[in-house]
Design a protein around this ligand. Structure first.
Ligand code: ZN
Length: 155
């Protein structure tokens, strides 16, 4: 049986909330998923020292280059992630398609991934639609103190 995750990250990949704001945002998210039909298993906050990949698991199947439009092998990306242990001092890499140096967060992913130093991670959220709507995202952003993006992951 596979697991799904909703991962909420600041849109600025270096930004971190203070711990109180992180806890307030996490408890708001927990309340969103605590209706009678819901059986969310866990809501966690994570702080990362270094910019860290917030991946989408099996959801990401294609990557292409913003410079030359060429396809980038998913294996190239996975190897890179394994080599760096998912942490990145810089997001700039030389891509294999055309040799350009581009930021990892500017590559085009068929399913969004993120890079961040903080995330709220919801394990196995169950709603009719488990993506947060724009009002809910705005409330998370207000509590956290920074705009957020959501990454939907499947493992
Ligand atoms: Zn290229």
């Amino acid at each position: 049986m596979s697991d799904s995750y909703l991962r909420l990250i600041p849109t600025d990949n270096r930004w971190q909330p203070d711990p109180g704001a992180a806890a307030a945002a996490a408890s708001y998210v927990t309340r969103l998923f605590s209706g009678p039909q819901d059986d969310v298993e866990e809501v966690e906050t994570e702080f990362y020292d270094v910019v860290t990949l917030v991946d989408a698991g099996e959801n990401t199947t294609r990557i292409s280059c913003p410079d030359c439009d060429g396809d980038i092998e998913i294996d190239w990306f996975l190897d890179l992630v394994e080599e760096t242990g998912e942490t990145f001092g810089t997001l700039d890499v030389e891509v294999p398609c055309c040799g350009s140096v581009v930021a990892l967060d500017s590559l085009r992913y068929d399913w969004p991934v993120g890079f961040a130093r903080f995330e709220i991670c919801v394990m196995n959220p169950v709603r009719a639609e488990y993506e947060l709507d724009s009002a809910e995202l705005a409330e998370v952003a207000r509590l956290l103190g920074h705009p957020v993006a959501q990454i939907l992951a499947h493992y």
